[in-house]
Design a protein around this ligand. Structure first.
Ligand SMILES: Nc1ncnc2c1ncn2[C@@H]1O[C@H](COP(=O)(O)OP(=O)(O)OP(=O)(O)O)[C@@H](O)[C@H]1O
Length: 669
């Protein structure tokens, strides 16, 4: 493989950028400067404390008389320091890099995209917009400064006089009209559902870099793809900050990537600096909450956000954790969400609030030690008894019957009742405004139940906005909403009831072979899942020779795949992890760490997941065991569909008892 002749130069430029950024970060955030500058610098300090700053993303060369536009870099932050001209990826000018069709792009001659190894630039790819044109990139003199000693330099912003074009510490204003922000930039490819592999790659940018990246082994945590964001992804990430947005996408289309970068975008200082979309509220940056499905998800995405956003501005958590935190009660909360439909009904909010009013009319809320538990108990027990004889909460017979079936408070510490407990807490003690968020981003939003939406809603400030991403085909329970319209209606996202989510249709994670196999589980009108990874190993379907050999066969298959993908990851997904744990133990595999997810033997490692814990994750190879045992909801197989589509490169299915008809057909075709 030949390396690009400019690679050493760009590597040195990246080092120079990181060194200059480092120097900038050494400023004392408490220095006496304007307040917006103060928090922006403080954000930098916190990002630095998190580990590292994101390296340069790429470079744009334009045919322009304007020196600032002729040759510039895109990075995590704006830096204009001598020879280094870097604009923030969140500034409007970055559209020239991410959106080849955006206004002003006709002047772009070449877009250079960097690939990274940690904070180094390891490769680069040029996309020429004008074939045969001279390179506008100027080979400026290199200087790689040694990081400066801990010297504190105060930064002062002197407002530029009106009409002045003197560069300040702010980014230049957008070459793109404001009407074109976000939504308008979604390209036609987001609407197409059928077509060949060539079609699905149409409209992509940095295609070679993306394909190289997808061919590399995956790691436990998502690795940055900020430099590789596609035009449709970037449009969703930079959706107007004062609007909510809902995104539906097949597995592996990059919804989690959009969610993580949307959070980072909303707090990027470029939005708060002069000319930015949030310049007016520079002294009060947005607080953003990202809610995912599981603890594994939190670990999986945090790495995308940490180099770009301070933890104080973006909090990443998972649904059960937020519910438990809301109650303030110690768990554990075993089991799963579900149970009866009424357990998750949005009505619980009204019941809890009425119960709290009844209690308050004759009693005082407890304070001090153990008060929270007692207060929640009071509200809960009043729901259970349908209020008091003189003041019932409801008259409806079915609702009364559900209330009667609720277990006594001390036996209700189960995941099933956790949102109800959270609702009981909120009924007497709302979330203080300082702890609420300006923007809530929910991933795997199809799996949030009505009562959980109500609890989440308590965390949103009055003028707050939502970004919801998910896939209705991956819905795993009947007790959650079956359509985006219902969710939009619940959250009052639409005035007229008509609601269409934005659609992402270009898959990245899995090969065509994996997706064609999993696709068969969907109703015909929802099929057509497409991927940029057109080729790949066919799906292996193995029937164990005898029922008691199904776990042995599954482990042998996983071992073979782990050997083949030794640099990547292999996972076994089963609804019966206990049986698999037994087999792993008998075969000499040992668990790594305190959980049961990672097992090792002979320098190999395999991961083990029940389907609910595998949501949002991905592995190079996946073995799904006994697909016929995966639960269905309303005739749909969301959990099985999600599990099959966790595979990036190879999928195997091992069974003995029962193979769903759709998968039998898929295996034959
Ligand atoms: N623009 C891109 N360039 C390269 N890789 C990408 C790009 N977008 C997404 N990916 C990769 O595709 C994989 C799937 O992305 P992601 O997890 O965001 O998909 P998803 O839509 O959330 O999937 P699911 O709903 O199945 O959980 C990840 O490995 C991600 O890094």
């Amino acid at each position: 493989m030949t390396t690009h002749p400019d690679l050493p130069y760009e590597q040195a430029k990246n080092k120079e950028y990181l060194a200059k950024l480092e120097k900038k970060l050494q400023r004392n955030p408490l220095a006496d400067v304007e307040r917006n500058v103060l928090w922006i610098d403080a954000v930098d300090h916190q990002i630095k404390a998190n580990g590292f700053h994101h390296p340069l993303l790429g470079r744009v060369g334009c045919d322009s008389d304007d020196e600032e536009l002729r040759d510039f870099y895109i990075g995590s932050r704006f830096i204009q320091d001598g020879d280094v001209q870097v604009y923030s990826w969140a500034a409007p000018i970055a559209r020239l890099f991410f959106q080849p069709e955006s206004e002003g792009s006709e002047d772009v001659v070449v877009r250079r995209t960097f690939t990274h190894r940690l904070t180094d630039v390891s490769d680069l790819d040029d996309d020429w917009a004008r074939e045969g044109a001279d390179s506008p990139f100027t080979a400026r003199a290199l200087s790689v400064p040694v990081p400066a000693p801990g010297r504190s330099t105060r930064r002062r912003v002197t407002p530029a006089p009106a009409g002045s074009s003197t560069p300040t510490d702010a980014e230049p204003s957008s070459p793109i009209g404001s009407a074109e922000r976000g939504a308008a930039a979604l390209p036609a490819t987001t609407k197409a559902r059928t077509g060949s592999a060539a079609d699905i790659r149409e409209g992509m940018r940095a295609q070679d870099a993306v394909l190289k990246r997808l061919a590399a082994p995956r790691e436990d945590k998502l690795q940055s793809v900020l430099a590789l964001l596609q035009p449709d992804q970037h449009a969703l990430v930079s959706w107007p900050v004062d609007e909510s947005v809902v995104v539906q996408g097949h597995p592996g289309t990059g919804k989690t990537v959009v969610a993580a970068y949307r959070a980072s975008y909303l707090v990027n200082p470029a939005l708060y600096e002069q000319g930015g979309a949030l310049a007016g509220r520079a002294t009060k940056p947005l607080r953003v909450l990202v809610v995912g499905p599981t603890p594994g998800y939190v670990a999986h995405v945090e790495g995308l956000i940490k180099p770009l956003a301070a933890s104080e501005q973006v909090r990443v958590t998972h649904l059960a954790d937020l519910m438990a935190e809301t109650t303030g009660l110690k768990g554990p909360w075993p089991g799963a969400i579900g149970g009866e439909h009424d357990d998750v009904d949005a009505q619980a909010r009204n019941f809890a609030e009425r119960a709290a009013r009844i209690f308050e009319s004759n009693n005082r809320w407890r304070e001090g030690n153990g008060a929270r538990r007692e207060n929640i108990r009071q509200v809960y027990e009043l729901i259970r008894s349908n209020g008091t004889p003189g003041r019932p909460l409801v008259e409806d017979v079915e609702q009364i019957s559900w209330m009667r079936k609720l277990p006594p408070f001390d036996q209700a510490f189960k995941r099933r009742y956790l949102p109800l407990m959270a609702q009981c807490r909120l009924a007497y003690s709302p979330i203080p405004d300082a702890l609420r968020f300006d923007h809530i981003i929910v991933d795997e939003a199809q799996d949030v139940s009505p009562i959980e939406w109500n609890v989440l809603d308590h965390y949103l400030r009055r003028e707050g906005r939502w970004t919801l991403v998910g896939d209705m085909n991956q819905r795993r329970s009947d007790v959650t909403y079956g359509s985006w319209s219902e969710i939009a209606d619940h959250l009052a996202l639409t005035a007229d009831g008509e609601f269409q989510p934005q659609k992402m249709t270009r898959g990245y994670r899995s090969t065509g072979a994996v997706l064609r196999f999993a696709d068969r589980l969907l109703p015909a009108k929802h099929r057509g899942n497409q991927t940029v990874q057109a080729t790949g190993e066919s799906v292996a379907v193995r029937r164990a020779p005898r029922p008691n050999l199904v776990w042995t066969t599954a482990l042998q298959t996983a071992r073979d795949l782990a050997t083949k993908h030794a640099d990547g990851s292999t996972a076994i997904i089963t609804v019966n992890p206990g049986e698999m744990i037994g087999e792993l133990g008998r075969s000499g595999w040992r668990r790594k760490g305190s959980g049961f997810h990672v097992w090792q033997k002979d320098n190999l490692s395999v991961r083990l997941f029940p389907p609910e814990d595998a949501r949002g994750l991905e592995f190079d190879a996946v073995v799904v065991v006994e697909p016929g045992d995966f639960p269905e909801n309303l005739g749909r197989t969301g959990q099985l569909y999600t599990s099959l589509t966790r595979a990036n490169r190879e999928l195997a299915v091992v069974w003995y008892r029962n193979m769903p008809d759709a998968l039998r057909r898929a295996a034959r075709s």
